[in-house]
Ligand binder design. Structure first.
Ligand code: NAP
Length: 496
């Protein structure tokens, strides 16, 4: 049984960058699914904006073909949905088109207004200034900022200052779609809805935590963006630190947006610094070479970069892989390492949080019973979102006391008989509802950069190139050494 989907207030959701990859591949399908579930009512509008000279019908045709897969079972629903979709061509940096756009917005003055900036961040300021100039930032209006919010603390501050001149912090929704994933929200339910876990959730009982976000794809057509970012900026500073915060935060006093975000912020402040003095021991950078990706021969990073960019390079010091050992300096987590690992063109596409509990203090079993494995709570974010708690039990039957390590499986799709919604479905409607709990507050973004900047500086000062790794593997061998030095191994039991 799923919870009933309650309709949200009438809204105008404007997607700047409405013809882009994110809008077409993620945002519009997410909105369509929420429409099919009855949460979006007639009278709401979805307005795509970009430079391409389309009219409403031209844009609807684009969206229809993008949604055809999702909509195959709901053909007539798609027609009704597309009636809510509009388009206005304009250049964020030029005057033409803005009057017409503002006129369209003025038609439904009472609708909640959501301005989703699904463009390159260097357009955020132009867009916000014009929205402010037309008075569109008033009342029930909100702005959604896609990552990346800057490339370091200074540039993040500039973006936040500039956007902040038009939209108040309470109107600003910095999206991190990992926080919209069911598993991440389930982490809150597991930790704070059960008496079972919280007493064990500390350095006394938890040995270590691993967070893996592994992709099998390379940089694809995002090469030029990615080469200026790299894995630390693209994944660790935002998504992975947010996951770490959700695991490590103290129980908030309520689920109110600031109660949750205050607790996450404390974790970010408590992260031990990684800088020039220790970066070489605590971090590993890698860059993929030719190998195997999704069953096929694939080229290396430089070749991928050159094929997605006009300018050609022979060398890049951008990392497509990073592994690191983070520590949180507070009572709860003292001495518990958090191993983070992310990369492109790795052996499998999987995102997981593994909470590994300490071994039992003394074994009463004989060697013939088999090894005693540590309990692990495994939270899978993708694919197949779900939670498994690995326990030791007796192998059934009369063959003597033999131990088995088995998962208590809480896979959501099976347990509830439903497909998990995409994270954007939840988050987009949270913006309309005015609930920023699952969005990053400005001080969180700043604290994350404050921790990440010295790592980037240490790498730059060290001058070492990222270590090569073959596509289709788990990254450079130094990443294995990083965790094995501590007598632990990366969890790669993904099939079970
Ligand atoms: P994209 O495919 O390059 O799309 C960019 C969009 O912006 C297009 O609709 C483009 O259309 C429009 N645009 C460009 N210049 C413009 C201008 N001067 N005025 C108005 N519109 C303009 O990029 P994307 O992959 O969708 O990514 C958008 C943002 O989301 C980026 O910041 C990216 O880092 C972030 N993001 C993307 C993903 C993803 O899965 N794609 C995931 C996470 C975050 P015209 O050229 O016709 O104007």
């Amino acid at each position: 049984m799923t919870a009933p989907a309650l309709p949200v207030d009438l809204f105008d959701l404007v997607i700047f960058g409405g013809t882009g990859d994110l809008a077409v591949r993620k945002l519009l399908p997410a909105l369509f699914h929420r429409f099919v579930d009855g949460q979006i009512q007639p009278g709401s509008r979805i307005i795509g904006v970009a430079r391409e000279g389309l009219d409403d019908d031209g844009y609807r045709a684009q969206i229809r073909s993008a949604l055809n897969g999702a909509a195959s079972k709901q053909g007539d629903q798609l027609d009704t949905f597309l009636k809510l979709v509009h388009y206005r061509p304009l250049d964020a940096r030029k005057d033409a088109g803005w009057d017409d756009f503002a006129k369209l917005m003025g038609e439904y003055p009472d609708n909640v207004r959501v301005f989703y900036l699904s463009t390159s961040p260097d357009l955020f300021v132009d867009i916000c200034q014009r929205l402010g100039g037309y008075g569109l930032n008033q009342g029930k209006s909100r702005v959604v900022l896609e990552k990346p919010i800057g490339k370091d603390l200074a540039s993040a501050n500039r973006i936040n200052d500039d956007v902040g001149r038009v939209f108040a912090e309470s109107q600003t929704y910095r999206i991190d779609h990992y926080l919209g994933k069911e598993t991440v929200q389930n982490l809150l339910a597991l930790r704070f809805g059960n008496a079972l876990f919280e007493p064990l959730w500390n350095a006394g009982h938890i040995d270590h935590v691993q967070i893996t976000v592994a992709e099998t794809l390379g940089v694809e057509r995002r090469g030029p963006y990615y080469d200026h970012a790299g894995a630390l900026r693209d994944m660790v500073q935002n998504h992975m630190l947010q996951l770490l915060c959700m695991v490590a935060m103290e129980p908030p006093s309520s689920l109110s947006p600031d109660a949750v975000r205050d607790e996450k912020l404390k974790v970010l402040h408590a992260l031990k610094p990684i800088n020039e003095t220790n970066a070489s021991q605590l971090t590993v950078r890698g860059q993929y070479r030719a190998g195997v990706g999704e069953g096929q021969s694939v080229p290396g990073y430089i070749e991928d970069l050159n094929s997605s960019s006009k300018s050609k390079v022979e060398h890049s010091s951008t990392e497509t892989f990073v592994a690191l050992k983070a520590e949180i300096a507070n009572w709860r987590w003292s001495g518990v390492p958090f191993y983070l690992r992310t990369g492109k063109r790795l052996a499998e596409r999987v995102s997981e949080i593994v909470v590994a509990f300490k071994p039992v203090p003394h074994s009463i079993f004989t060697a013939s019973a088999g090894p005693l494995a540590q309990n692990r709570l495994v939270l899978r974010l993708q694919p197949d979102e779900g939670v498994k708690l690995w326990l030791t039990i007796k192998h059934p039957g009369p063959g003597g006391l033999r131990l088995r390590h088995v998962p208590l499986d809480m896979s959501f799709a099976e347990a509830f008989g439903v497909q998990q919604p995409d994270a954007y479905e939840r988050l987009l409607l949270d913006v309309v509802r005015g609930n920023p709990t699952l969005f990053m507050r400005r001080d969180e973004v700043e604290a994350a950069w404050r921790w990440a900047d010295p790592i980037l500086a240490a790498w730059a000062a060290g001058g070492e190139s990222p270590r090569p790794y073959t596509s289709g593997t788990w990254g450079p061998s130094a990443a294995v050494a990083l965790i094995e030095r501590d007598g632990r191994t990366w969890d790669e039991d993904f099939e079970q």
